[in-house]
Design a protein around this ligand. Structure first.
Ligand code: PMP
Length: 434
């Protein structure tokens, strides 16, 4: 057996892949695609085949793979201080990152930064802080989070209880936070007073729900939600784990509606897609409730071994510097237009492409039958189309029968157009020329 075969066999024997039916994975005639190298928007497999990273490696990558500035920052930091605990100690990269995040955060009020590991922990941190905040401010009756149908906020039990995507969340529905789920803003407005009085915080993915199928929210809804929170005394937790760091055209999606939350949850693109790191930003008003004498036990009882890891923080600082030095956000509108135009053009010649939803460089394309009816999800058409797209040099992953494209911000307009075309060709290959 050569190295490649050995790796494939060992993968099937020992690795358990996330969100993957492992029987299908193990029994598939197709070999697992083992990626070996990354460069800009490209990923290369062990045979040297090149693929466009069409979903930014599950929505994390921003400036391209192995960006020299981020690589240098990581190398410099790891050679100097690899890790030190943030429990009782500090480090320069974590301090500078906190300072920088406060500077770039929307509004003037998000002044405190809690660092943790990934999107799920960014949410857990906000929620646990919100729960303790209510205890500390004599409002323990506010024991319920308000969240939305189709939401996804992570897989740890608390974060998962906020989510509402049947297949992911139903089986764990009896665990986690007390959550009131609503479909949309009209259901928020319709809440009875007794229910309003129990809301601790509203949790939402602003502008677009990702894992729920790239479902967009109506323009203006976020602003109304902020006003509703202010009127009813609820906190607002924004999950910008997917939408943060320029994907929507602004550094943070909430800037589109001039909304400043009480908690801003960041991860994925925070390190430019290189290392796990999360940040939960909050206000001085929340933070101050936790201040007191040691014996008052007002301390925020939350933390992880790798909170404030210096290597990840150095990567995040380099990520933010690239945004500024290269004026990355200035390039996003033209790329957004290129993505929109390419998908619309593809749709006119591909009867299997139904509704297309897009916010900035985030896009979802619903697959459908030529008569417009939905496909049978059990056929796994979305996954088959994405597998077929590999032959056209594109890697991406669907949400069931919604194809997704979320190119890294460094992708050129031409590369984005090619990715859309690869997806269209793959769709026709799988479903047949109509
Ligand atoms: N929130 C949102 C909006 C997400 O898209 C995700 C991940 N897809 C998460 C939270 C969880 O992040 P992680 O996978 O890093 O825990």
């Amino acid at each position: 057996m050569d190295r490649e075969e050995q790796l494939r066999a060992a993968d099937k024997r020992h690795l358990w892949h996330p969100f993957t039916q492992m029987r299908g994975w193990i029994e598939s005639d197709e070999d697992p695609l083992i990626l070996d190298r990354g460069d800009g928007p490209w990923l290369f497999d062990l045979d040297g085949n090149r693929y466009f990273d069409g979903n930014s490696s599950i929505w994390t990558n921003i400036h391209g793979h192995c960006h020299p500035k981020i690589v240098e920052a990581i190398q410099g930091q790891v050679a100097k201080l690899d890790h030190c605990s943030a429990l009782g100690f500090s480090n320069e990269s974590a301090i500078r990152l906190a300072e920088k995040l406060v500077e770039v955060a929307p509004g003037e009020t998000l002044s405190r930064v809690f660092l943790s590991d990934d999107g799920s922990t960014a949410i857990e941190c906000a929620c646990k802080a919100a729960v303790q905040f209510r205890q500390l401010t004599d409002s323990p009756e506010r024991d319920t989070f308000l969240a939305f149908d189709g939401a996804y906020h992570g897989d740890t039990i608390g974060a998962a209880s906020l989510g509402r995507i049947g297949a992911f969340n139903d089986r764990f529905a009896s665990t986690g936070y007390r959550v009131r789920h609503v479909a949309d803003y009209s259901e928020v407005e319709a809440l009875e007073q007794v229910e309003r009085d129990r809301i601790n915080a509203v949790v939402i993915e602003p502008l677009i729900r990702g894992a729920g199928g790239m479902k967009t929210w109506p323009t203006g809804m976020l602003r109304k939600l902020r006003e509703w929170c202010d009127e009813t005394g609820s906190l607002l937790i924004l999950d910008e784990v997917m939408t943060g760091f320029g994907r929507t055209g602004r550094l943070f999606a909430c800037e589109h509606e001039n909304v400043v939350p009480d908690f801003l949850c960041l991860a994925k693109g925070l390190t430019g897609g290189t290392l796990p790191l999360a940040a939960t930003l909050t206000t001085e008003a929340v933070f101050e409730a936790f201040l007191g004498e040691y014996e008052e036990l007002k301390t925020f009882f939350y933390g992880h071994s790798y909170c404030g890891n210096p290597i990840a923080c150095a990567a995040a600082l380099a990520n933010l510097e690239i945004f500024e030095e290269d004026k990355v956000l200035d390039g996003v509108p033209a790329k957004t237009a290129a993505l929109g135009d390419a998908l619309s053009a593809g749709r006119t010649v591909c009867p299997y492409w139904g509704q297309i939803r897009q916010v900035g460089l985030i896009a979802g394309i619903d697959l459908q039958s030529p008569d417009g009816s939905p496909l049978d999800w059990r056929e796994e058409t979305g996954a088959r189309v994405c597998r077929a797209a590999r032959k056209h040099g594109l890697l991406t992953r669907p949400v069931r029968d919604t194809l997704t494209l979320m190119p890294p911000l460094c992708a050129s307009e031409g590369q984005i157009e090619e990715a859309a075309e690869a997806l269209r060709l793959a769709t026709l290959e799988v479903l047949g020329e109509a």
